[in-house]
Ligand binder design. Structure first.
Ligand SMILES: Cc1cc2nc3c(=O)[nH]c(=O)nc-3n(C[C@H](O)[C@H](O)[C@H](O)COP(=O)(O)O)c2cc1C
Length: 320
């Protein structure tokens, strides 16, 4: 069934296919039972799939135990010009240079506020935070705090995303001197509201060695809740002879993301969420065995279909 649906979906250009896919998910969801309670479920939907919380209400039906909405920026923004999303089905990869297109923290938080009471008990809602493209790096911390503000009574966790390759200069924020003030600012926004919401940091797969260790240790000291490893791998896509910069997801990331998990595991005992190239139940189990407390999926959902999550859950149950 999924091969047929996928063949039809892949007739559309990638971004349109994503929109049609969302409609199909809603139709399918009408046939699926709604779980009342989420128990021992380490599988989440990775950021970027449901940027605007369009699908949040139905995600638990597909077996997810958590979902990361966003990236959400303080103000709405359109993202990069199209085309900005491409598939490479032979390699099972996705290339994107979306550029944080989203409706902005205000509108998205209103949607989340309406949906939140209907989510099953135990379902965790993450909000992935970003800065607007036109905000200078010197004011980045203010943007992350402003994006978090309308979600202070809604989010189960926040993620500081400084690892997208599609906002100019963003990845340069992956240093202790740039990232610690952002972490501190978001944490004080939470504390000032009398809340205690964990703040995670999502990192790029290219960071490795001493630089990565120093960053992890500094953030650990700075009160980070854990790390999400990894975002997309920076690269270029050749579209009609034109080189477009962006990031690769999917099978190309399987080895790299697994390596980063193993590496960071030696630097910290904080929880780690592993994401990147998890296309099979075996790979999901491998990541959890390697010390990930949770995993997230994006490309696997596109290439393997909406029942991948249930297959992983079943494999986990069979493991005992
Ligand atoms: C089209 C697209 C958009 C994405 N947008 C975001 C985003 O807004 N924020 C973010 O943190 N990650 C974003 N990601 C990265 C994913 O969350 C994930 O880290 C990456 O795709 C690796 O996982 P995968 O191999 O399972 O796809 C995006 C990925 C894709 C393919």
């Amino acid at each position: 069934m999924w091969s047929l649906a996928r063949a039809l979906l892949f007739l559309f250009p990638a971004e349109e296919a994503h929109e049609v896919g969302k409609v199909l998910m809603r139709l399918l969801a009408a046939l699926l039972p709604a779980p009342r309670k989420i128990q021992n479920n380490p599988i989440g939907l990775a950021a970027g799939f449901d940027k605007n919380a369009d699908l949040l209400d139905i995600l638990p039906k597909f077996g997810f135990g958590h979902a990361e909405i966003g990236t959400v920026t303080p103000r709405p923004q359109g993202g990069n010009p199209r085309p900005r999303l491409f598939r490479n089905p032979n390699d099972r990869t996705i290339f994107n240079r979306m550029g944080f297109n989203n409706l902005g923290a205000g509108i998205i938080s209103e949607r989340v506020r309406r949906i939140r009471p209907r989510l099953p008990e135990g379902f965790k809602l993450g909000i992935n935070l970003g800065k607007n493209k036109d905000t200078p790096d010197t004011l980045a911390a203010e943007d992350y705090a402003a994006a978090a503000r309308p979600f202070l009574d809604l989010a189960d966790y926040f993620v500081i995303n400084v690892s997208s390759p599609n906002t100019p200069g963003l990845r340069a924020l992956q240093s202790p001197s740039a990232l610690l003030p952002i972490l501190k600012r978001v944490r004080s926004e939470i504390a000032d509201a009398g809340k205690s919401i964990p703040v995670w940091v999502k990192l790029a797969p290219e960071l490795t060695g001493t630089g990565l260790r120093e960053l992890i240790e500094a953030l650990d000291q700075g009160g980070v809740a854990g790390f999400i490893l990894t975002n997309t791998q920076g690269g270029v896509y050749i579209d009609e002879g034109q080189e477009l910069p962006g990031g690769w997801s999917g099978q190309n990331l399987t080895g790299l993301s697994r390596e980063r998990l193993n590496e960071v595991r030696t630097y910290t005992s904080l929880p780690l969420i592993s994401v990147g190239g998890i296309m099979t139940a075996d790979e999901a189990i491998e990541r959890l065995k390697s010390g990930a407390s949770e995993i997230q999926i994006y490309s696997g959902f596109v290439y393997e279909g909406p029942f991948l999550v249930r297959r992983i859950l079943k494999a986990l149950r069979n493991q005992g």
